[in-house]
Each structure stands twice: as structure tokens, then as C-alpha cells.
Ligand binder design. Sequence first.
Ligand SMILES: Nc1nc2c(ncn2[C@@H]2O[C@H](COP(=O)(O)OP(=O)(O)OP(=O)(O)O)[C@@H](O)[C@H]2O)c(=O)[nH]1
Ligand SMILES: [Mg+2]
Ligand SMILES: [Zn+2]
Ligand SMILES: [Zn+2]
Length: 384
Amino acid sequence: MFKFSNSTAICPHCMRRLKLKNLRFFCVPDEDHRHEVSLSFVDRFKNRLPVCRKPFCSDNGLTIREAACRFCGEPLPTQILFHDKFLSFCAVGVAGAGKSSYLTTLLHELKYSGLPWVLQAMDVETTQRAQVNEQNVYEERHCLKGTEAGVSPKPQLWTILDNSVKGDKIPTYALTIYDGAGEDCEHIDHTPLDSKISRYISGARMLLIMFDPLLLSSVRGEIPFETLNASMATERQTSAPANMVSMVNSLANYIRRNSNIPPGKRIDSRAAVVITKLDALHEMINGFSSGSTILKESPHVSNRAFVESDSKMVDLEIRDWLTRQGETAFLGAIDANFQTVRVFGVSSFGRPPDLHKRLAKVHPHRVLDPLMWMLAGEGVIPTI
Ligand SMILES: Nc1nc2c(ncn2[C@@H]2O[C@H](COP(=O)(O)OP(=O)(O)OP(=O)(O)O)[C@@H](O)[C@H]2O)c(=O)[nH]1
Ligand SMILES: [Mg+2]
Ligand SMILES: [Zn+2]
Ligand SMILES: [Zn+2]
């Protein structure tokens, strides 16, 4: 059995470890009467949220509505401390690699794939952002707009309720997801990035390094022009694959500097290398052969466990494919910098958009695999 009580809460904005005393609490009986409430001795002792005892407030029921981190000042959901595990990941990749589309379908699959988990947003911003993206992709069936560069988008804050555990206490996991702009990732080592973004990248439990295969010239020569055009963020995607190698190197340098890791030591956060837009490669003669594991349905969800042999096979098939494309430098850079690396292949939409960037019915392929890998590593699901 896992000892959930061992986990420490982490501020999703500054990634510092949080205890009850590191939070400020505010009572908001109504907008005109917002005030801070301190923890009593008993609150600290029992590790519980404070209650406002002013007569006006207590007449209005439970009035502690807001909390904030004492370190960075960012607002936090009041319940943030009471999760059993704190999981976070961060998607990095050049502009147009498919990060936001991937995260949209990932969350959708997580909700509807039949896993015994309930996904709840912790704050209003997360709810709104997820709604806008879902509506775009699943209802209006249109590709997303590029993520705004130069600003620090807020991490999405989710709670996973684990219904698979019997008994009166359901384990809950805090899942924070950060989806930045590709443009910012490309210059990560050269520009003075927002200190919040930097802490987030260094502190995430898993990095999703998204690799767009359509940037490879060997691929571009082999797939129809229409498919290529529809599957690229044309106004943004100018990066050559060489940039992916330099992006990985500068990302690694950057994490090393921020976390004081010497150059000769591998970084110990998990790195999931995710090859996106697999659907566009179907027409490639030199693509994956029809019996490949990567083209089969993912077995992890139906087994409610991480199937190691399947994942290893997919890892091998993609490494082999990239080697055939002459792209050994990219994987070399990742293997040299990260201790725990696994390669995945996904299609967020299931088939390419049309020339007007409209989508057919969305059929994501293997989008949950990287998440299942992280959950297995954290002991949430078994590895078989
Ligand atoms: N064929 C295909 N194309 C995709 C897929 N996912 C994304 N695309 C294409 O890639 C483009 C960019 O996708 P985004 O998800 O916005 O990429 P991003 O990495 O978030 O880009 P930035 O926010 O600019 O960094 C989309 O407009 C689609 O044309 C996919 O699963 N298949
Ligand atoms: Mg984006
Ligand atoms: Zn903080
Ligand atoms: Zn009050």
C-alpha cells in the first residue's frame, strides 16, 4: 500500500513546498467585506482550514473562499493542501508542434475513457479554458489558435478523484498542467523568461517534449501537400528540425542552471518524448509498417494499468523510425540530458484537418499513454 501521507503539497505557481502556515486565508462574506483570517492554534494543530468567527460572517455560513501562497502571492484553491499526491507536467516544444491540441484531447479522454477517475477543475480559470478548447475542437470542430507568447499562462489545476479505491476515503491527486507558447520554448536559454515559467519547467514531475514529425524534410517530401498544409500552424511554424535539438539542449541547460545540476549529471525529472500528428504519416511509404504496435489501440486504458511491454515496443519503433529519417541527434540530446526517457507517438485528432483547418469527428490515438506512464511511475496505477 502506498503511504499517501508522505506527499508534500506544492504551490502550482512557484513550485515551492507548502504547509498550512504558508497559506493566507480570506473570508469573503460578500465583496465589500473581504478580510484575512489567521489560523488559530487548534487549526494548526489539527491541520485544518480556519473558520471566521465574526458574527456577521458566521451568519453567512462558510465564508473562507480564498487562499493565497505566502511565497509568490498567487491565489490558490483553498483545498489545495488536502490532496494525496501532487503531480505536475509541462508541455514543451516548438511553435505549432501540437501541444495545446494534445492537452485538450488528453483531458477529454481522461474524462470519458471509462477510467475509474473523476476529473474536477480546481478553479474557475481552469474550467473556462478547458471549456473554450473543448468547444473549439469537439463542437465547432476547428483547430485551436496558437498560444500567446511572452505572457505567462496560468497552469491548469485539476483534481483527480480515484474511484477505484474502496472505502470512505477516496484518494485525490492534484494534477497541474502547464502549456506554454512554443515561441517561448524556442528561446528558453537566451531570453530572461518570466521567473514563474522557469520555476515551473524546473519543478514539473514530467516534461512532455513534443516533437512535430512534419518538420523533418524527409517526411515533408513524402506526404501530400494538402495534408502537410492542413497539419501545420502555417503562420508560426518556421523552425527547422535542427531547432529541436538546440531546444532540447537549451532546455536542459536551463533546468540545470535553475536546479543547480552539474553538466555531467543527468536531470532526474521524467522526460516523455511525444511524436505528434501520427495520422499525417499514414500515407508515407517509409512510414510505420501496418503491423506496428504504434498503430494498434493503446492497451493501457483497457487494462487500467501501464503495459510496459507495449510501451517499450512503441519506444523502439519510433526510435527506429527516427533513425531511418536521420534524426539521431534529437534523441541523442534527450538521452544525454535526462535520466528517465520514454518515447511515445500520438495523434490528437485521429486524422488531419481539412484545408480550412476544420476537423472531422475527433478520434484521438494513444493520447493517454504518456500520462499513464507518469501515473505508473508515481504509484497511482500498477505496471504490468
Ligand atoms: N494532422 C494533425 N495535425 C495536428 C494535430 N494536432 C495539431 N495539428 C496541427 O498543428 C497545428 C498546431 O497545433 P497547436 O496544438 O495549436 O500547437 P501548439 O504546440 O500549441 O502551438 P503554439 O501554441 O503556437 O506553441 C494545428 O493547427 C493543426 O493544424 C494532429 O493530431 N494531427
Ligand atoms: Mg498552444
Ligand atoms: Zn507559490
Ligand atoms: Zn469573516
